[in-house]
Design a protein around this ligand. Structure first.
Ligand SMILES: [Zn+2]
Length: 853
């Protein structure tokens, strides 16, 4: 008996000795999150804010040589965007080498088998953990501290293996601005009856929840940092993207995703997602964690959520069931819901162990998230070579893959120089190699010009280019009852249509000039000709920026109401004419700054013109946080428009006609605009909506001569309340008969009307089960043609749209309403239709004059 004890003590001492020597830092002296924060992570009603998260990680970094905290740049509102790199001390000392290995494996052109084998033997699995991109989904950001501490402090063999074989890139909060706002909001309401109220503004300055729909347009600071400073440098094999979903369903979603998978995602990536997903599910289930579902709810169609899928990696989504921020919820068993893919309480192959209701807390979310993250890191560590080899094969497929097309050619001469510039920028940021032809060339029997752009598909990120440049045919999927299955998000992402850029798919690759483009292409406009009158082309979206800059300098600007003949050259109606007498220096500066060319005319244009002025614009902002409102702000700021945000109270106060030419109602249901939040669910200052008085004031504004612009669902409000002589023909149509969930549709433009200045006869709009108008009074400016409406995405029930209008102007008193049966600025992505919005703003303040020159 006694002898046995001695042996145990002896073995214990050896264990202690070896582990202490091997890992001198892991002796328990590392600060714990609890010691620094003063509470345990996940404690009921306690949230650490971003400053506290970073403060803890800083202290951990100072105490441990397994973590290195980096500041990657500034967020939209000026906070630091932080990332912790966690690995063994030896690995951290050689971080530059791992970057080099990753870059070499990501671009396997010319990589010999011997060299590949060497790199595969030496390389590490790179795992990026992106927490709480949606700031109200608070759990993952809190969890990140426990994960960092565990990796730095634990002596467990599995953790040691992770540190040795994996480089973990931990972004504790992808959206620091929003994290701070949400914690502040929650703390303010704690202990009141509004403790769990939703925040009445967006948790990212401009885009709110859409910050996770930005992964091909790269508009926001946080997206850009993540692309440029993380993905494009480290090429992570796995990106764990940690979210939360509703309260009443499964406890955690993991891949496999449901169909459809976007066809350019390499099948190996799909296989890896399925493998890792079911592994995580099995691991959590074995730990006794019930309610883990896979293959439900979330598809993998849009690149807007999945940069990694086209860049040699997995986007591994987790969605934990939510509590109410840090306030526990109680879910009785009978309230549990499933969806088309699993039952709420019934087990199935993809939902092996249902959760049967009860209390659900922030701590539960932290536990599930922690386990999921650890399971992924363990898999990545244990199967290091499998991960490296599999992803290398993905990249080899990309550079060796055959098929059609061989390349895309993008002519340099485009109507919209800014659209072309945006497309080239997306390709550059997405690491797509783009070449500029140094001589005229033939491809597929057609001539192309020197200076045209060529994007070969056989290249490391050719799949990204192809996914973004081709049109989508969203597969029509039906459930067992035959009903159409709704996509999770938009069904199209075709950049040439979004940006109004002509591209050509070609099947034989032309001879490429030596080097792909290295730097960003600059968008600079030129001033040409010497004259007192200069013309700006409204087809170039950059011209609107120039227009605003000209007006700010008090330079007179006009819209030609009829075409203008300048020698042999004809300028269409809507050409922007600048009175540039003795202003050449300023004009040159504005051309350069705005990116719009200005051409001097040899004649003095005459006839009727609109004198343009800076529109005094008001933008309605509901306390029901509205992403479309945020995107509108973002877009207006990109083009130097001035605007004033209008709250319910400011509209109700009236006198709107004294202050504004135009008021914009972003996409929002009329009922939500009118009623806002229920007073029992929200502090009083943010509850209720416009109400009857607000709507009356809007109508008075229009009747007195103002212009009301409404997008998409918001068009319902003037239609219902202003008694306009038109109706929405899609109203009440069931989804089986009419369905176009986020598709690009063809419309015919009346280009003589100011709202369509700069447009082509045929244009494409982004339609998301939007209204379509039949007019009895007013003008239809964009009209659905007789046939072939669908350009990209999915459309069921085309016949309902034929001959109806997508953009109308209807008179109301001395003013007008302009109704958009679509979102002209959709997510800052659909830019070819910006001009319809910009025209509406200038039109609201334009006055007809004759022969101003
Ligand atoms: Zn989310």
């Amino acid at each position: 008996m006694r002898k046995r004890h001695q042996i145990i003590i002896f073995v214990g001492l050896i264990w202690l000795a070896t582990h202490t020597i091997a890992h001198p830092q892991t002796n328990g002296t590392l600060p714990t999150p609890e010691a620094v924060l003063g509470f345990r992570i996940g404690t009921e009603k306690k949230l650490a804010d971003y400053h506290q998260l970073v403060d803890y990680l800083r202290k951990l970094d100072a105490a441990s040589d397994k973590i290195q905290l980096e500041n990657l740049g500034k967020t939209t509102e000026g906070n630091d965007f932080m990332m912790a790199i966690i690995s063994s001390p030896a690995n951290l000392r050689q971080i530059e080498e791992w970057k080099k290995i990753q870059a070499r494996l990501a671009d396997p052109r010319g990589l010999s088998e011997t060299e590949a084998a060497k790199l595969l033997a030496r390389g590490k699995t790179l795992v990026l953990i992106n927490c709480s991109i949606h700031a109200s989904e608070v759990g993952a950001a809190q969890m990140s501290l426990e994960l960092a501490h565990h990796l730095a402090a634990s002596n467990a063999a599995a953790v040691q293996q992770i540190l040795d074989n994996v480089i973990t890139l931990l972004v504790p909060a992808h959206n620091p601005d929003g994290q701070l706002m949400i914690v502040d909001w929650y703390r303010k309401n704690l202990g009141t009856k509004h403790e769990t109220a939703s925040m009445p503004w967006l948790y990212q300055k401009y885009v709110g929840h859409d910050n996770n729909r930005d992964w091909f347009m790269f508009t926001q600071a946080e997206t850009r940092i993540t692309i440029e400073k993380i993905h494009n440098i480290y090429h992570p094999h796995i990106t764990l993207d940690m979210h939360q979903m509703g309260e009443n369903g499964a406890r955690l979603f993991v891949p496999p995703y449901i169909d459809p998978i976007e066809p350019n995602v390499d099948p190996i990536i799909v296989g890896l997602l399925n493998t890792l997903g079911t592994y995580v599910q099995a691991t959590l289930t074995a730990q006794g964690k019930s309610g883990v579902v896979s293959n439900a709810i979330f598809d993998a169609w849009t690149p807007a959520r999945a940069y990694p899928h086209y860049h040699g990696g997995l986007r591994f989504l987790t969605e934990a069931a939510s509590a109410d921020y840090a306030t526990a919820v109680n879910i009785p068993e009978e309230k549990l819901q499933g969806d088309d893919f699993y039952g709420g309480r019934r087990s199935s192959w993809n939902f092996p162990k249902p959760w049967l209701g009860g209390k659900w807390t922030l701590r539960d979310i932290v536990d599930y998230d922690f386990s999921a993250a650890m399971a992924i890191l363990e898999h990545a560590a244990r199967n290091r070579e499998f991960w490296l080899k599999s992803i290398l094969q993905v990249q080899q497929n990309a550079v060796n893959g055959e098929g059609k097309p061989a390349a895309y050619v993008i002519p340099a001469n485009q109507r919209d120089a800014e659209g072309l510039h945006a497309l080239l920028e997306i390709m550059r940021l997405g690491l797509v190699e783009t070449y500029r032809a140094n001589e005229d060339f033939m491809a597929d029997g057609a001539p192309f010009r020197q200076g045209d752009w060529i994007i070969p598909i056989q290249q490391p990120y050719g799949r990204f280019a192809k996914a973004m440049l081709e049109s989508q045919r969203y597969p029509v999927l039906r459930d067992d009852s035959g009903a159409l299955r709704q996509p999770y998000d938009a069904t199209t992402h075709t950049l040439p249509l979004f940006l109004g850029v002509e591209t050509f798919a070609i099947n034989t690759l032309p001879k490429l000039p030596g080097e792909p483009m290295k730097r960003a292409v600059e968008l600079t406009g030129k001033l040409s000709g010497s004259s007192s009158v200069f013309a700006l082309d409204p087809a170039n979206t950059a011209s609107y920026r120039a227009l605003n800059l000209l007006l700010k300098r008090n330079i007179p600007v006009y819209w030609a109401q009829s075409p203008i003949q300048n020698g042999k050259q004809e300028f269409p109606a809507g050409t922007i004419l600048v009175d540039g007498k003795n202003q050449e220096v300023v004009l040159r500066e504005i051309a350069q700054q705005s990116g719009a060319d200005m051409q001097g005319l040899s004649i003095k244009p005459s006839g009727a013109m609109y004198r343009l002025q800076t529109p005094r614009a008001g933008l309605y902002k509901s306390w029901v946080a509205n992403m479309d409102e945020g995107w509108t702000r973002w877009v207006l700021e990109q083009y130097d428009f001035s605007y004033k945000t209008l709250t319910d109270a400011e509209i109700r106060a009236g006198d709107l006609h004294e202050k504004f030419n135009v008021i914009i109602l972003p996409d929002q249901a009329a009922r939500s605009i009118e009623r806002g939040h229920d007073a029992d669910k929200m502090p009083l200052s943010y509850s209720n909506g416009l109400g009857e008085i607000g709507i009356y004031q809007l109508r008075t504004f229009v009747e007195a001569g103002g212009t009301l612009v409404a997008f998409d669902a918001a068009t319902e409000l003037p239609i219902q309340k202003f008694w306009i002589q038109l109706r929405d023909v899609t109203e009440g149509l069931p989804a089986q008969k009419f369905n176009a969930p986020g598709s690009m549709l063809r419309v015919i433009a009346d280009t003589r009307h100011p709202l369509a200045y700069g447009a082509r006869r045929e244009e494409a709009i982004f339609f998301n089960n939007s209204p379509a108008f039949r007019l009895d009074e007013g003008k239809g400016i964009l009209t659905y043609p007789r046939s072939n409406l669908l350009l990209s995405g999915w459309l069921e029930g085309e016949e309902h749209l034929i001959g109806q209008h997508a953009l109308v102007e209807a008179p109301v008193g001395a003013g007008r309403v302009i109704l958009f049966g679509f979102r002209p600025q959709f997510r800052g992505q659909v830019r070819a239709t910006y001009k319809f919005l910009f025209n509406a703003l200038f039109y609201s303040a334009a006055k007809t004059v004759n022969d101003p020159f």
